[in-house]
Design a protein around this ligand. Sequence first.
Ligand SMILES: [Zn+2]
Length: 271
Amino acid sequence: MKLYLDPGHGGQDPGAQGHGLNEKDVTLDIALKLRTILQNDYENVQVKMSRTSDTTKSLSQRTSEANAWGADYYLSIHINSATSSASGYEDYIYIGLSNSLTAKNQGIIHEEVLNVNELKDRGKKKANFHVLRESSMPAVLTENGFITNAHDAALMKQASWRQKVAQGHANGLAKIFHLKRKSQPEPTPPIPSPGTLYKVIATSFKSRENADELVTLLHDKGFEAFVNSTTISGETWYRVQAGAFSDRSNAEERLTQLHKAGFKDSFLIAE
Ligand SMILES: [Zn+2]
């Protein structure tokens, strides 16, 4: 999916102003955050931005660029202004469109952004804006609150709010274009801490042959047994192991059985 992402205004054009804020700064920050979300979280998304810093760019430059690039969607991010009492969120598509895919997409963006932005819903609207009219792909322009309203402007000053607004747009785009989430890296499974194992050793031998003989003898008496070689102080020993238990009392019971059966040298080790 190729998204042309257009933070409104910039450079010599500050856009709307109020409460110590410039529209161009708020729109740029939301757009940059949105680009990061899309690139980090979703597969197969290409984002081209009309600007990534505080630069001047005309409206016709923006739409020409999007058209030449062959964007699948044009998303323009703006901040509103009016009298101090006006507040809330609204979005626009081109005035000539109805019952179109563009209108359906607008509905999705509208719902997803309003889900997270804590702003009043002013509705889905249509207008004859340049970027909507001159872009050759479906286009939407969002007006993310009023810079002239105390409540909305206070939110705009919070980076966490701008992040939420970016996320809302990302959620809408993901829905429209069925974007596939990048698979999360598998968490490293915790290494199980090995519990103590109580091994019952019938005897240890320097000779493998003697160890094998004892295993045969143990088998004859009905005990499980096998030879387990180990190196102690540089020397190889052949241990005849006749059971291993995580529960110490079970190991001791086996040891008693071995002693009774005549394997008097049997002993326990804990590993
Ligand atoms: Zn604007």
